[in-house]
Design a protein around this ligand. Structure first.
Ligand code: SF4
Length: 89
């Protein structure tokens, strides 16, 4: 299943849903989404920007606290910054 964790290894509340079936990154180079140290996410971000499940992907990554990689078009640093933002009321 490539970069995806298996649903069986996650509690039901954060199990991946069918949205992964529509992930545009399937079959694309893993380094676009998990670049080596000093690399960039440019190519991966272009893919994410066109992905029909970008929101689902981002939510899943944040709920499961993915420690690295590009998810939902956001890098680890960008996701951390989002968590520090005050909640919209
Ligand atoms: S948003 Fe990006 S990382 Fe997430 S499924 Fe889509 S292409 Fe893959």
């Amino acid at each position: 299943m490539g970069r995806w964790k298996t649903s069986a290894s996650l509690p039901p509340v954060v199990a991946m849903g069918d949205w992964t079936d529509d992930a545009l990154c399937r079959g694309m180079p893993l380094e676009w989404f998990f670049p080596p140290t000093g690399g960039h996410h440019t190519q991966g971000k272009k893919v994410c920007a066109r992905c029909p499940v970008m929101e689902e992907c981002l939510v899943w990554a944040m709920v499961t606290e993915q420690p690295d990689g590009l998810w939902g078009g956001k890098t680890t640093r960008e996701r951390a910054a989002m968590l520090r933002m005050p909640a919209a009321v």
